[in-house]
Design a protein around this ligand. Structure first.
Ligand code: DI6
Ligand code: FE
Length: 402
């Protein structure tokens, strides 16, 4: 018996599925996909080793395309204050929130950052995640930002998972620049960005373009500088207010615009025209007790590709479960399970600029896949809090060190 393969590659069947199928791997890539009987005959004739996956479901390795996985400390005390009635914005304006994680991250050694991030990465991997995007943004000076990105790159060497790094240069205004916004934006968009790019530490950039963070003008300065260096961009857009960040992301051809609870019809159209992926982050929405979800029906009608990610971060989404994010994308945002799974595979790959290489199970793509003890794919969104993952293959290798 072979696998039921959800290729997520489109086609007539939901999930691009192929029943009783098999997949052949050569090196790090998928060499063949088709019917199990045919594969078994060919493999036996040529003495190729076979693995019987006993009727399990197989999906592409999951891709968490938006995380802040590397950070110092935690924000559980802030969580308690918010449960007591304080808002995220009030805490941020009073110097808590992101600033408190900046203090803890600056104080942490590279090894302390590494150890706590490893734990979080392994939890994601245990649920079939084979690619993780990791942002900086809690250093906010060149040395601490570099350290975060180096730790993130190191995780990719230490673990079988693929890591993509993002320089989140504009996340919050650090205390030492409180009276010099201009100076900070100039530094982050100038010498710091150039040093990080020259060291090859970032695959992309990101900015928090928001009422409590950076303006459209400041964000534009940063995105323009990244573009000159050939770095693609993501934008945290419309999480708390619509300040026009989605339109800006579209204008710069950003790979993704993320959050989007506050998004106009014009912003949606702009994303559709630029082909920018909308990355939905339902765990942050849940933790902030927001009540107006992103305009999913509008996004869908405009054919904006939808991705789903954990936003793993200490403030608004201390979540290391991609399956929980998928469940919430369905129940809170109204995605279908097929859209949600596509959002953590095909469209997440696209949000990272990796669509040619991964995100679907197709010949020639990277052999990253997960095996599941489930009866049908929707169970990945349904079985709240369960982990039916039965195995993960990274670049053709079955690894158990998650
Ligand atoms: N949006 C988020 O949800 C995270 N960053 C961002 O720009 C939250 C970051 C934090 O509160 O630590
Ligand atoms: Fe985020």
């Amino acid at each position: 018996m072979g696998a039921h393969i959800a290729t997520m590659a489109g086609g007539a069947d939901p999930y691009g599925s192929i029943p009783n199928a098999a997949l052949a791997v050569k090196g790090e890539s998928i060499a063949w996909i088709g019917r199990a009987e045919e594969a078994m005959r060919a493999a036996s004739a040529r003495n190729i080793p076979q693995h019987d996956v006993r009727g399990r479901w197989m999906t592409p390795g999951l891709i968490d395309c938006h995380t802040h996985l590397v950070y110092g400390g935690n924000r559980v005390a802030e969580y308690e204050r918010r449960l007591g009635g304080a808002t995220y914005e009030e805490i941020a304006r009073a110097g808590g929130g992101i600033q408190s994680t900046v203090r803890a991250t600056r104080a942490a050694s590279a090894d302390e950052l590494r150890v706590s991030a490893l734990r979080r990465a392994r939890r994601l991997m245990s649920e079939g995640v084979t690619t993780i995007e990791i942002k900086s943004g809690y250093g906010l000076d060149l040395g601490a930002e570099r350290r975060m990105l180096e730790v993130a790159r190191g995780l990719g060497r230490e673990l079988p998972v693929s890591v993509r790094t993002t320089y989140l240069g504009l996340h919050a205004l650090p205390e030492e620049y409180r009276d010099d916004r201009r100076g900070f934006v100039d530094a982050a968009s100038g010498p710091w960005l150039e040093a990080i790019a020259a060291a090859g530490l970032a695959d992309a950039v990101d900015a928090f373009c928001e009422s409590i963070a950076f303006t459209v003008g400041e964000t534009e300065q940063f995105l323009a500088a990244a573009k000159r260096l050939g770095l693609p961009s993501h934008v945290h857009a419309g999480q708390l207010r619509d300040v026009g960040a989605a339109e800006l992301a579209a204008r710069y051809g950003a790979l993704s615009a993320d959050h989007l609870e506050c998004l106009s019809a014009a912003g949606t159209e702009a994303l559709a025209r630029s082909g920018t992926v909308a990355v939905l982050l339902p765990c942050a929405y849940f933790m902030l007790r927001q009540t107006a979800p992103p305009p999913v029906a509008l996004l869908r009608a405009a054919a904006v590709p939808l991705a789903v990610a954990t936003d793993c971060n200490p403030g608004t989404s201390p979540c290391t479960s991609i399956l929980l994010a998928l469940a919430m994308a369905c129940t809170s945002f109204g995605l279908t399970p097929e859209e949600a799974l596509g959002g953590a595979t095909r469209n997440a790959a696209r949000a990272l600029g990796l669509a040619a290489d991964r995100g679907t199970l197709e010949v020639g793509k990277r052999a990253d896949f997960a095996l599941w003890d489930i009866d049908r794919p929707a169970e990945l969104c349904y079985a709240l809090g369960a982990n039916p993952c039965a195995g993960v293959v990274y670049g053709g290798r079955l690894r158990n060190d998650s």
